[in-house]
Design a binder for this molecule. Structure first.
Ligand code: SF4
Ligand code: SF4
Length: 450
């Protein structure tokens, strides 16, 4: 599932985050050896000379002489140059998160994400995923596009305060625009993080570059890069390393950046000084819980993925449960509602990278327009995008549900709008997939037969 997505949901363990793809390569670190110092917080130097196989490479570690004080700052600097907003260092001991993860799985809140069950506690045990890991570099990357459809022109002068106020107003306008689209039934709303280039590619490439820069400084080291690509408790690592606190919606958020950011990690076979966690600033707010259209946030920090629209539109295979369909509105890929209402997102920051700029008008797309994409068109238009992963069948299924909601909308659509929607849906009444056929038939049901 999705960016920190999650909304990138799917968030794990009532513990956030997004899509976790199955690891298809050989199990990393199986040949590996490295010293294990689990549970111990290291505040000083790197581990002294180490030799061993790590990720199938012979690693010869020389005595490391990097300044303890200088390296964290250097990592931040390199991170910024690579487009990251913040870098942290997390410990490898997440045993405190195990009970929560087990309870979440036991309650079945992971839905049909069987891989979550299969991976079990590996998710909370980084050293089982990558034996020999001693610390984990965490990174976050803001993903709001540099400009988006709803932006008004902003006048900015040299006055820092005025500029900062303009940026806040600018963000408020963006959030308002996104919220407003949810009330326009013929719009096709794609979660903001998914409108540009696939973040997996962007993040992985840049994390790899960061690791290479570190290696150039400290000498050979074993490392492994992840971004939503393995059983990793990303949000928990982010929290432990001070990238933010866990919001009641289970995503990580930050006072200066809100929650619209991706997370990624570099597992290392060396111990780096750990960065300090930050305090929680949710206070008595519960806006995200109240705003969730499907009541997927059962209580603060408890997410039932089976009800979450991010899960339903991205991770879930098969038909969408009937009682949830009307609650999904016009959200066809992911859901941003719990973030749109979060007061801290007034301080969200736009990406500095062009990668997350909207593609193919996905920030203002209409249901009729997207429903007309056949599979070839879908593949073409989603090339290099995270959306492609769900395939054309789920794409049509999601559109059909949104289209059915539009046809049921009150006040009713105009006759022309209604006719255009019906025509677009009817194209798929004989689709090979039973799921698509059923959802389209549901969308086109007459009032009398509902
Ligand atoms: S608002 Fe609810 S449905 Fe939407 S992403 Fe948040 S938890 Fe999921
Ligand atoms: S909406 Fe309120 S409760 Fe939810 S994450 Fe934001 S600050 Fe916390």
């Amino acid at each position: 599932m999705e960016a920190q997505c999650l909304q990138q949901i799917t968030r794990e363990g009532g513990l956030a985050a997004s899509q976790v793809s199955a690891q298809t390569q050989h199990r990393i670190g199986e040949l590996g050896f490295v010293r294990k110092l689990s549970g111990k917080r290291l505040t000083g130097q790197f581990i002294r000379p180490v030799q061993g196989f790590y990720n199938r490479c012979l690693v010869q570690r020389n005595d490391v002489s990097v300044q303890q004080q200088g390296l964290p700052a250097q990592l931040q600097l390199w991170g910024r140059q690579l487009g990251f907003s913040q870098i942290g260092v997390a410990p490898v001991d997440l045993s405190h998160a195990e009970p929560g993860l087990l309870a979440w799985l036991a309650a079945g809140h992971h839905g049909s994400m069987d891989y979550m069950q299969r991976h079990g506690l590996v998710r909370a045990r980084p050293t089982e995923l990558v034996p020999g890991s001693l610390s984990i570099i965490t990174a976050r990357m803001d993903y709001l596009p540099r400009r988006s459809t709803g932006d008004a022109p902003i006048a900015r002068g040299n006055d820092v305060e005025a500029e900062s106020a303009a940026l806040i107003n600018d963000m408020s306008a963006l959030l308002a625009h996104e919220s407003q689209r949810l009330h326009q039934p013929t719009e096709a709303v794609v979660s903001v993080y998914a409108r540009g280039r696939d973040y997996h590619k962007v993040m992985r490439q840049r994390l790899q570059q960061l690791a290479q820069q570190l290696q150039a400084e400290v000498g050979p080291m074993g490392h492994r890069v992840f971004t939503d690509s393995a059983p990793v408790l990303e949000a928990e690592l982010a929290v432990q390393s001070g990238l933010g606190w866990r919001g009641k919606h289970t995503l990580v958020l930050q006072r200066d950046a809100g929650s619209f950011f991706f997370l990624g990690e570099i597992f290392l076979d060396m111990a780096l000084p750990q960065s300090e966690p930050v305090s929680d600033h949710c206070g008595s707010c519960h806006a995200c819980i109240s705003a969730c259209p499907t009541q997927a946030i059962l209580a603060p920090y408890q997410l039932d993925a089976r009800r979450c629209i991010s899960y339903l539109t991205i991770e879930h295979d098969g038909p969408i449960p009937l009682p949830l369909r009307p609650l999904m509105g016009n959200r066809i890929y992911g859901c941003d509602d719990c973030q749109l209402v979060c007061p801290w997102n007034k301080f969200a920051v736009r990406s500095s990278l062009p990668d997350f700029d909207e593609r193919h008008g996905l920030g203002s797309a209409k249901l009729v327009q997207l429903m007309q994409w056949d599979e070839a068109m879908f593949l073409r238009m989603t090339e290099g995008s995270a959306i492609r992963r769900i395939g054309h069948v789920r794409w049509l299924r999601n559109l059909a549900v949104a289209l059915g909601n539009a046809l049921r909308a009150q006040p009713a659509l105009s006759a022309d709008e209604s006719q255009a929607l019906r025509k677009a849906a009817s194209m798929w009444l004989t689709h090979d997939s039973e799921v698509v056929r059923e959802c389209v038939a549901w969308a086109l049901e007459d009032e009398s037969t509902r």
